[in-house]
Design a protein around this ligand. Sequence first.
Ligand SMILES: Nc1ncnc2c1ncn2[C@@H]1O[C@H](COP(=O)(O)OP(=O)(O)OP(=O)(O)O)[C@@H](O)[C@H]1O
Ligand SMILES: [Mg+2]
Length: 232
Amino acid sequence: MGVLLKVEDLTKSYFSGKNENRVIKGVSFEVEEGEFALLMGDSGSGKSTILNIVGGMDKATSGRVFILGSNILDYSDKQLNEYRRTTVGFVFQSYNLIGNLSALENILLVNGNNVASARKLLDDMGLKDRADAFPSELSGGEAQRVALARAMSKAPSLLLCDEPTGALDYENSRKVISSIVSLNKNEGITILMVTHNPAFLPLADKVIRLKSGWIESITVNDSPLSVSELKW
Ligand SMILES: Nc1ncnc2c1ncn2[C@@H]1O[C@H](COP(=O)(O)OP(=O)(O)OP(=O)(O)O)[C@@H](O)[C@H]1O
Ligand SMILES: [Mg+2]
């Protein structure tokens, strides 16, 4: 399998007046096509910053981010828009659903109004019966699976998840992580997921650990477990 994402020497600084606060200090890692990779590390270590840069939602200070060989940090605004629209999907801790649209309508909003495809995506997430429910009527796990279905509606090459179970209880976390693993194993979607939950470690092909803006370690797991094998 080839490399889908290659991050090279990435840095990010915030400036206040003359003071530079370097929060990403030269980070390099790769995610292969079809891989399920976890990004872990203490609060403030730079996980969301990296995910947002990889997703084309934030600017880097220096470095390179290659997606299938092309450096998105060199993209024009137009190319970046296209990249966000077609290549990467996002799922956040807060589901970011539109409150006055049903589950189905939330997907139609971004998938070009293809009802059959939107229903299929909801079915795949086990939400056949919740298509007409509004976000306020959904459990956290259901809402997050609608967000996953919405992210999948553009058939992304890379799915970025920032603490997708961070707001969920055990049962809902389990359902959401099952859905994420199934997108990876059954649909072949490459996933880079930020999590604080060490219970997910055995599921991942690769674990990238950050510490204060540096890579602390990268470990590869040759025999990841399925969700049903997970003792948690
Ligand atoms: N807009 C900003 N301006 C200044 N500093 C920022 C800004 N956004 C993030 N930071 C700083 O960058 C560092 C990394 O933040 P980031 O959100 O990437 O951490 P994180 O690893 O995702 O943490 P958490 O686990 O709490 O979500 C932190 O020290 C944070 O305070
Ligand atoms: Mg974060």
